[in-house]
Design a protein around this ligand. Structure first.
Ligand code: PLP
Length: 399
């Protein structure tokens, strides 16, 4: 299919740096969990801008908050007080236990993690970072260094921070072996997203957190993909009792589509920071923090996440039934609205095309995992329709 833009100009496409393998389609409108292409064809969006559009598209309260803020003042810089930013920081802190949490605002997940790692090193006075194989933490030099997927390092090896070790996600022993008195921090995703929706075994996060603490190392929870209710709780690490991060990072869904990153530091870590240590021109400006506050108004409203969690379970269980006993599906897993269907590579691509032809957008993570990270407002009728489509795919494979 030829790519169509409203402008129909090929130069538009040709001028984009080729960092992404893009599908030949562009969307011009969205509402709820649906998007429409240039020809007016509707798709149910199970990608949500890679786990970003948590409220779906064009949520009226988010749109109103952005428009209102834009019509008064959009950007002032961090040289001045920003009321929306202070309010957002205290609301984020209220989702973590205890007090003293302080937030640094940026514009993306990589920036949120970069700040976390820099201040983990500064506050402990140690050099080493411990991360997990198969992890993803971003594309800046430092966050790339702690991303446990060597394919992303190619061509940039000389940029990588040297004092990084990797252990096996899910194995506390593997972390214990590497922890020594020069490890500043352990950075972990509560569910590995880009790595193929990998859930840790029960007890893993708390056990590694405990080991880190005993070793004087900090625990960084990378909630960039999982935060803001993706798994049915505001923070995915809170599914496990006793996980006590020192630093939590967020981005993606926090602005509901407006770029914003956040790094939340415990008071103890925050104490090492002095003015000028770090910064961001745009981070937490009045516009992005107005958007994030509007997102939290909805996400924190009573019953919202419980509903999303229940509908996520409906989708997960439905998919388990559809693919039970099929030879090309290795696993169906997930939590809340974060679901992975692991297939062989060819079947995953075939499923993506089959879904697309029937009006559903899905994404493939790690080459072979159909990743579903839909808007949290995805409704039961859309879930039933998706399951119907998945059943047709399974039936077509039996012929
Ligand atoms: C867990 C995690 N951390 C960090 C990032 C990087 O975020 P960004 O692309 O906003 O820099 C991602 C992006 O997919 C992610 O999933």
């Amino acid at each position: 299919m030829a790519l169509k833009y409203e402008s129909e100009s090929e130069t538009v496409k040709d001028s984009i740096l080729g960092t992404y393998g893009r599908d030949e389609i562009s969307f011009v409108r969205g509402k709820g969990a649906s998007v429409w292409d240039v020809d007016g064809r509707e798709y149910v969006d199970m990608v949500a801008g890679i786990a970003v559009n948590c409220l779906g598209h064009n949520h009226p309260r988010l749109v109103a908050a952005i428009c209102n803020q834009a019509s008064s003042i959009m950007h002032t810089s961090n040289l001045y007080q920003i009321e929306n930013q202070s309010r957002l920081a205290s609301r984020l802190a209220s989702h973590l236990p205890g007090s003293g949490w302080k937030t640094f605002f940026s514009n993306s997940g990589a920036e949120a993690n970069e700040a976390a790692l820099k201040f983990a090193i500064k506050s402990t006075g140690r050099r080493k970072i411990l991360s997990a194989h198969n992890s993803f933490h971003g594309r800046t030099a430092l966050t790339l260094s702690v991303t446990g997927q060597p394919k992303y390092w190619k061509g940039f090896e000389h940029l990588l921070y040297k004092d990084v070790s990797f252990a096996d996600y899910g194995s506390p022993d593997s972390f214990q072996k590497i922890l020594d008195d020069d490890v500043a921090c352990v950075i972990l995703e509560p569910v590995q997203g880009e790595g193929g929706v990998i859930l840790p075994p029960e007890g893993f996060l708390s056990e590694v957190g405990k080991m880190a603490k005993e070793n004087g190392s900090l625990l960084i929870m990378d909630e960039v993909q999982t935060g803001v209710g993706r798994t049915g709780r505001f923070f995915a690490h809170s599914w496990e009792a006793g996980v006590k991060p020192d630093i939590v990072t967020m981005a993606k869904a926090l602005g509901g589509g407006v770029p914003i990153g956040a790094t939340i530091f415990s008071g103890e870590v925050a104490a090492c920071v002095t003015a000028g240590d770090h910064g961001s021109t745009f981070g937490g400006n009045p516009l992005s923090t107005a958007a994030a506050n509007a997102v939290l108004d909805i996400i924190d409203s009573p019953g919202f996440l419980d509903g999303a969690c229940a509908r996520g379970a409906m989708l997960l269980n439905g998919l388990k039934q559809v693919f039970a006993g099929t030879p090309y599906v290795a696993d169906v897993r997930g939590r809340g609205m974060m679901i992975g269907v692991e297939m062989d590579e060819k079947s995953a691509q075939a499923f993506k095309s089959f879904a697309f032809e029937r009006g559903f957008l899905v994404n493939i993570a790690h080459g072979k995992v159909v990743r579903l990270v839909p808007p949290l407002v995805l409704g039961e009728p859309e879930i039933s329709a998706f399951l119907g489509m998945a059943s047709s795919f399974a039936a077509s494979r039996m012929q």
